[in-house]
Write a protein that binds this ligand. Sequence first.
Ligand SMILES: [Mg+2]
Length: 239
Amino acid sequence: MLLATDLDGTFLGGDPVQRAALYRIINSHKGLQLIFVSGRGLATILPLFEEPLMPKPGFIICDVGATIVNGNSLEPVEPIQSLIEERWPGKKKVAALLAGVKGLTPQDVPQQRRCSYFYNDHTDVDDLKYKVEQLNCDLVLSAGKFADVLPKGINKGYSLQLLAKQYHFTIENILVAGDTFNDLSLFATGYKGVVVGNAEPGLREATADLPAIYHAKEDGAGGILEAMQHFSLLKKPAI
Ligand SMILES: [Mg+2]
């Protein structure tokens, strides 16, 4: 199988015992491929590998889909990375146009080819959407406080699909996992998916009618384990 998973609240979330169990399974199944798909920038993902049991992913999709690197070499995956770069107007242009939007504060985190903000109840979301359209970019709102401005058409799900196409992944063996609204694009791919128990209600609602999506009872990593059993993924031949 191939597990393409969000990190915070998902692969890194849930009960520590279940987390350890999931990591053990991944580390002991050589045929199990792993991809991290995170809203974090690469710089804040790398320290995770200081934890000895942390499984090593074959690829890392970060910056909400805007950065794709090989998990071993950390080199950008081309030509996908260049395609994304071409669609990005640049941080300066984005910051200049959005400077006047009320209640919008830049997130002080490492980020590339995307601009991440906090928004609040004072934010005129329609105005924000309009301005992001003017930039020919996409806006992803999640958890009621995060606003990500991304290159047009770029999101976690699309970047994963580009990788799947380039490396000929077996679609039937892919499991995606997530907990917040910026993971919705992963579930829209049509791949098998698990919405973990601690997911934000909006994501549960938005995925309620999708046939390939399993809604787990367990939180985070425990929800991934639950879904692996539900779909009998480890009983199928490795990719
Ligand atoms: Mg998350």
